[in-house]
Design a binder for this molecule. Structure first.
Ligand code: CA
Length: 222
C-alpha cells in the first residue's frame, strides 16, 4: 500500500512517514498544496493523508481539485483545530475521514486500515490465496496454518501479490505500490524480495507459488 503524506510541518511529516514505513507502507511526502496535487496526479496512491493547513493551496482545495479530477483513493484529512466547521468542510470537499492533531499514531493506523478496508471488494481484513492467509489487521501471514516470519516489506509485497493473484504484475506495478518515490528502478531489489518470499513460501514439499513471466513480471497462483 502506498500513501502520500501532505504535511508542511516537516517533523510531523517525517514522524508519520517513518511510522508508516515500519508498518510496511510505502510513503511519499509533499510539503505544499501544489506538490501534493502534482504527486497525487502522477502516482497511483492507495491513500492520501492531507493536512488542512498547507502553503500554496490548502488541504480543502487540494481535496476538491483531486476529486474533480477523478482521484478515487480514500483521503484522510488532518486538522490542527478541533473545529466542527473544518470537519464539515473537509468531508464536503471529498475527504473520507478526518483526524484532529495531535493524534495517537495507533489511531492514525487504525483509521488508515479502516479506510483501505472500506474500498469496494476489500471489506475483509483477511486475504487468502491457496495455502497462504494474510491477516491485514494483525499484519500476520501464514502458510497452511503455520505462521510465516516476514519483514514489513516482505508482507507488503506478498499482500500486493495476493491481492492480484492470478494476474501478472510487472516490476513497475510492484515498485509503484510497494515502494516509494525514491525507488531506484535500476536495481534488482524487487527480484531480491521475490526470492526472499519464495524461500519462505516454497519450502518442502516443493510447490511453486510465485511464477516468473519472462519479460513481463510475476504471477502468484494458488
Ligand atoms: Ca500544516
Amino acid at each position: 500500500m502506498r500513501v502520500l503524506i501532505a504535511e508542511d510541518e516537516k517533523k510531523i511529516a517525517e514522524f508519520i512517514r517513518r511510522g508508516l514505513k515500519e508498518e510496511g507502507y510505502a510513503a511519499d511526502l509533499a510539503h505544499t498544496g501544489p506538490d501534493a496535487l502534482r504527486l497525487a496526479e502522477e502516482n497511483p496512491y492507495d491513500l492520501l493523508l492531507l493536512d488542512v493547513m498547507l502553503p500554496g493551496l490548502d488541504g480543502l482545495a487540494v481535496c476538491a481539485k483531486l476529486r474533480q479530477g477523478g482521484f478515487a483513493a480514500p483521503i484522510l484529512m488532518l486538522t490542527a483545530k478541533d473545529r466542527v466547521e473544518d470537519k464539515v468542510k473537509g468531508l464536503d470537499s471529498g475527504a473520507n475521514d478526518y483526524l484532529t492533531k495531535p493524534f495517537a499514531f495507533e489511531e492514525l493506523l487504525a483509521r488508515i486500515r479502516a479506510l483501505l478496508r472500506a474500498r469496494p471488494a476489500e471489506a475483509s481484513t483477511r486475504l487468502t490465496a491457496g495455502d497462504i492467509a494474510l491477516d491485514l489487521a494483525a499484519h500476520k501471514a501464514s502458510l497452511a496454518g503455520k505462521e510465516l516470519d516476514l519483514s514489513a516489506k516482505e508482507f507488503s509485497l506478498l499482500e500486493y501479490l495476493v491481492r492480484n493473484k492470478g494476474r501478472i504484475v510487472t516490476r513497475t506495478m510492484i515498485a509503484e505500490h510497494v515502494w516509494d518515490i525514491n525507488f531506484d528502478t535500476g536495481t534488482n531489489v524487487i527480484d531480491v524480495y521475490i526470492n526472499y518470499l519464495r524461500n519462505k513460501l516454497e519450502k518442502k514439499p516443493a510447490k511453486k507459488v510465485i511464477h516468473t513471466v519472462r519479460g513481463k513480471g510475476y504471477i502468484l497462483k494458488d
